[in-house]
Design a protein around this ligand. Sequence first.
Ligand code: HEC
Ligand code: HEC
Ligand code: HEC
Ligand code: HEC
Ligand code: HEC
Ligand code: HEC
Ligand code: HEC
Ligand code: HEC
Length: 333
Amino acid sequence: MKILLAALFATLVLFSPLHAAQSSGISGAVAYTEPIQFDYMKNGTRAPVQFWLEFKGTPASGTAGDEDYTPESGAIYYYLVDMEKKQKVDNWLMGFSMMEGPPPSGPYPMTNIRIIGGKATFTAFDMSWTVIDGGEEFAKDTVTVNDGFSTRETRLYAGNLTIVDADLDADADADAGARECLGCHEGAILALRATGGMHRSVACGDCHAGHPPEVARPYAACTDCHEPHADSMDEAACAQCHRAHAATEVSYMYNVPSQYCAICHEDAADELVASQSKHSDIACALCHQEEHKASSSCVYCHGAPHPEKMMKKTRTCVPCHKTAHNLKKAWRK
Ligand code: HEC
Ligand code: HEC
Ligand code: HEC
Ligand code: HEC
Ligand code: HEC
Ligand code: HEC
Ligand code: HEC
Ligand code: HEC
């Protein structure tokens, strides 16, 4: 079986992001040795040849068990290419006087395939591979192999590797910037994917213009794009409750000022103050800890304040003390 390089490149173009059908995967081939002169036919003519590695892999998609589930599939091939003839060499072992037959070029199984942005990781030959698609051609592509003892980056000499992350490419806007960042900031995309909510469709570069060392702190202000919840709130406040990569989650520390909560919970705040109990001076965040909408139970702070006998009838505190926001009213009535 002969594969013309031209045909190979035609396939590559077909699979490149611009033309890709939107499914994730790694494809393409790279030369991983320098050109050498080799008499692979054992007929006295030496031709310039290089060893190439070819990757074809698709991660699993969907949820196992569901109808739309597709299991992963992948293979690695390696072969010698005659650079002048631009064709794959079938039986290069002949050059070493080993005539038993063509060396198997693959497919060798590729498993545990994971695609994140421009990065693919997988297992092949019992080793962990990390491949980064750095853009057009091979100059910024990298192939790194860990055999369990050490990690080695393979030098590349020609070819091109293409990694398509359908999840990312589905949003052209956000994708435009993310691809450049992901080889180094995988954590950012994983966080955004899990909890970024609508920030997933905001381009990295819209929030991070520039990069260290040229720009020391490349962060757009939240208030460049959003109105604060009230005039009394400034940019510095946002980070007390929000993280840009986890925009769907609101969480805060015990010391977040209660007046920020009061912006949206005026009634609760007014009631608490008006009740003039010992709870009135307690910060909202001490009773509603860490996560928005959470509440601590009374016993979290008070333990068991009354003898068992007294608690027998009601079991809960509410009948005698009414609510945490309004202890006094319940008690003095
Ligand atoms: C070649 C690897 C690489 C690439 C590509 C890369 N970064 Fe970085 N980035 C780094 C390193 C290393 C640091 C830490 C540098 C420092 O603190 O001086 C960093 C730091 C950052 C920081 C934090 C700055 C701080 O406060 O310390 C942000 C934000 C950032 N990068 C965003 C991006 C974005 C957005 C992209 C894509 C447009 C990107 N980076 C591409 C390597 C990279
Ligand atoms: C809506 C604005 C926004 C978007 C979109 C966004 N970021 Fe960030 N990013 C921030 C802010 C704000 C911080 C610093 C505070 C924080 O951690 O929440 C940050 C922190 C970072 C950091 C340094 C801390 C860390 O998590 O490593 C890196 C790197 C980074 N972002 C990269 C990216 C990349 C890459 C993308 C695109 C995939 C991206 N960001 C998209 C706003 C954004
Ligand atoms: C470059 C513009 C930009 C910046 C900067 C930005 N955001 Fe956003 N944010 C958006 C857009 C666009 C949406 C989608 C909804 C909308 O249009 O308001 C959004 C949505 C959100 C949401 C709702 C998320 C959801 O999925 O429910 C929150 C919360 C949020 N932003 C908080 C912040 C905070 C906090 C910061 C600063 C760390 C920030 N944003 C910075 C553009 C931005
Ligand atoms: C005390 C905590 C707190 C602070 C501080 C805070 N937020 Fe929020 N923010 C929230 C909560 C809680 C929600 C969710 C409200 C809901 O579920 O409707 C929210 C929702 C949002 C949303 C999405 C819904 C919307 O209103 O569009 C945006 C955007 C947002 N905040 C931006 C900001 C910005 C910008 C700042 C800083 C100026 C800020 N927040 C400061 C608690 C806070
Ligand atoms: C931007 C507006 C906003 C801010 C700021 C805000 N909240 Fe909320 N909060 C909401 C909304 C909206 C709900 C949902 C109301 C509902 O489900 O009826 C809510 C729900 C809650 C609930 C649960 C209510 C229930 O019925 O179970 C608690 C408790 C709560 N908030 C506490 C706080 C605390 C404490 C703070 C300050 C750290 C705070 N909130 C800041 C908007 C806000
Ligand atoms: C001493 C503890 C305590 C303090 C202080 C406290 N809360 Fe609460 N809060 C509670 C408890 C307990 C509940 C009832 C929760 C339940 O039934 O699950 C509650 C309920 C709520 C609710 C939902 C029901 C309602 O009354 O609207 C909101 C909103 C709320 N608190 C906001 C706040 C805000 C804002 C502050 C600060 C101004 C605050 N809380 C201070 C303990 C407290
Ligand atoms: C975050 C901790 C916290 C939580 C949760 C909490 N309390 Fe308290 N409570 C306190 C503190 C602190 C005091 C003041 C103690 C003192 O000064 O001796 C107090 C005082 C009281 C008092 C005496 C009031 C007065 O004015 O003399 C009562 C009654 C009480 N709490 C009942 C409750 C009940 C009922 C709940 C649940 C609905 C509850 N507490 C939840 C911290 C808490
Ligand atoms: C059967 C009614 C009843 C129930 C149920 C009840 N209490 Fe009380 N609580 C009282 C009475 C009566 C007092 C004494 C008030 C006083 O001394 O001024 C009191 C006082 C307190 C005090 C103040 C103690 C002090 O030393 O000042 C706290 C705190 C308290 N209760 C918490 C709770 C909690 C938490 C629960 C639920 C686990 C609870 N109570 C259930 C009736 C009750």
